[in-house]
Design a protein around this ligand. Structure first.
Ligand SMILES: [Fe+2]
Ligand SMILES: [Fe+2]
Length: 442
């Protein structure tokens, strides 16, 4: 049954009044939008010195609390590319049309990135190997820039224009508005020290042991970590964006194989596992889009690395999963543990700065939405006694704490999946727990 709701605000609290009573606790349609604040609520906020501007929006969460969201969403893909925004939920176009559009979009971005040298603002890498890679990168950028100018001068490529600032973040002078510039500056101050991440991993291994996996599973994992350290030194948000692009790939691969087994009639017992993997992928998608809304996908080079690595990773995992699901899950456990350690280190190193920044809309909509069906499905292996997670999301610090805790959930599930008996027990326990909460998962 669809639910119609009316939003009424008084002071800083808003209430949703149901116009139609629904039959279950869960909405059948997962959709939420940022809700513009009513005039009385806006005046109240202004007197409380929160000074909402016309460009800013507030998200009204399931308890009626207004969450001020980040006004500067400046990822490479916005609008149709972002959940809960314009065109969200539309059906895709013909593949050739989309491929053509994407090629044009990326070609212009590549040309701008070398001609206007978007890489010049990057800080000098902290270690010798990264410095060598950085110098090679500079030579490549300068060479490609000369080739582009040569092709443009001969009319083989169109006249290159600077990128336009999107209307919703534009100031009066047509440039990025002041608030957005301030947020960008604050995001650039966020730090992550690779060595501290490695040290944290070592401490964790000493305390709770290492993942049981052979060298040929650990080797590509180390390669991924070294690539992240090398290419994303001093750029934590970009590093997280790449990590999240890759992190959701295993779930795509596992779902693909489980589908194939069901279609061929080999194996149907994996259907419930497929549901859990979809909830995990949905969770990683939100992590990814949070990083995009913070500007993690701005550089052409970062997108090139992440998206090609993701394609390669998908096919490698397909092959591993075909022959040994246990090994594939061990690999995922390594990646998820690394993600949890990295986020933990990041939160510890940037507590104050993160607490001063508001959350992006996509984060508020995921963690504070009324419908937490997909979020609850993620907590499959949190144990029968653990309470359902209902985390806050009123600052960027909350967002990163939540992401770290999500990664810990992924670790638990990937660990349980390596033991057929254990995951079956966890899934059965999960069904009982949700039924006891009145949130049947069937
Ligand atoms: Fe993630
Ligand atoms: Fe993850």
């Amino acid at each position: 049954m669809r639910t119609a709701q009316q939003l009424t605000c008084s002071g800083q609290r808003c209430q949703r009044t149901r116009l139609i009573t629904r039959s279950t606790k869960r909405a059948s349609v997962i959709k939420c939008v940022a809700t513009p604040v009513s005039q009385p609520a806006r005046q109240k906020l202004a007197t409380d010195s929160q000074e909402p501007t016309d460009n800013c929006r507030f998200f009204v969460d399931r308890d009626g609390e207004m969450i001020r969201i980040m006004c500067c969403d400046y990822g490479f893909r916005a609008g149709a590319g972002r959940l809960y925004q314009d065109k969200y939920g539309e059906v895709p176009d013909n593949v050739l049309v989309m491929a053509g559009d994407n090629f044009q979009h990326e070609l212009s971005a590549l040309r701008r990135s070398v001609r206007f040298n978007e890489y010049a603002a990057l800080e000098a890498p902290p270690n010798a190997l990264a410095r060598v890679a950085g110098s090679a990168g500079k030579l490549l950028v300068s060479g490609l820039s000369r080739v582009d100018s040569w092709l443009e001068a001969r009319g083989l490529l169109g006249q290159l224009q600077p990128a336009e600032v999107p209307a919703d973040v534009q100031g009066e002078d047509g440039q990025l508005n002041e608030e957005c510039q301030e947020i960008r500056a604050q995001l650039r101050q966020l730090k992550l020290n690779d060595r501290e991440v490695w040290a944290r991993e070592e401490r964790r291994k000493k305390e709770s042991g290492d993942v049981d996996a052979p060298w040929f599973i650990k080797a590509p994992f180390w390669l991924l970590c070294v690539m992240l350290d090398l290419c994303f030194a001093n750029r934590p948000i970009q590093r997280f964006w790449v990590l999240e692009t890759v992190a959701r790939i295993p779930y795509f691969a596992y779902i693909s194989i489980l589908h194939l087994y069901e279609s061929l009639g080999f194996w149907r017992a994996g259907a419930e596992l497929r549901k859990v993997h979809f909830a995990e992928e949905w969770n990683e998608l939100h992590h990814l889009q949070i990083m995009e809304s913070l500007g993690g996908d701005q550089l052409w080079f970062d997108r090139f690395i992440a998206q090609h690595a993701a394609l390669l990773y998908y096919w490698v995992l397909i092959v591993i999963y075909l022959f040994s699901p246990k090994l594939a899950y061990a690999f995922s456990e390594l990646v998820e543990l690394h993600a949890a350690d990295t986020y933990e280190q990041f939160v510890e190193s940037n507590q104050e700065a993160l607490a001063a920044l508001p959350p992006p809309l996509v984060a508020a909509a995921y963690y504070r939405n009324e419908d937490l069906y997909m979020f609850d499905e993620l907590q499959t292996c949190s144990g029968d006694d653990a309470p359902l997670r209902r985390p806050p999301c009123s600052s960027l610090l909350d967002v990163f704490n939540n992401i770290r805790d999500d990664e810990v959930e992924h670790v638990k599930t990937m660990h349980a999946c390596q033991d057929t008996k254990l995951i079956a027990e966890q899934l059965a326990g999960r069904r009982k727990k949700l039924a006891a909460e009145g949130l049947s998962s069937e």
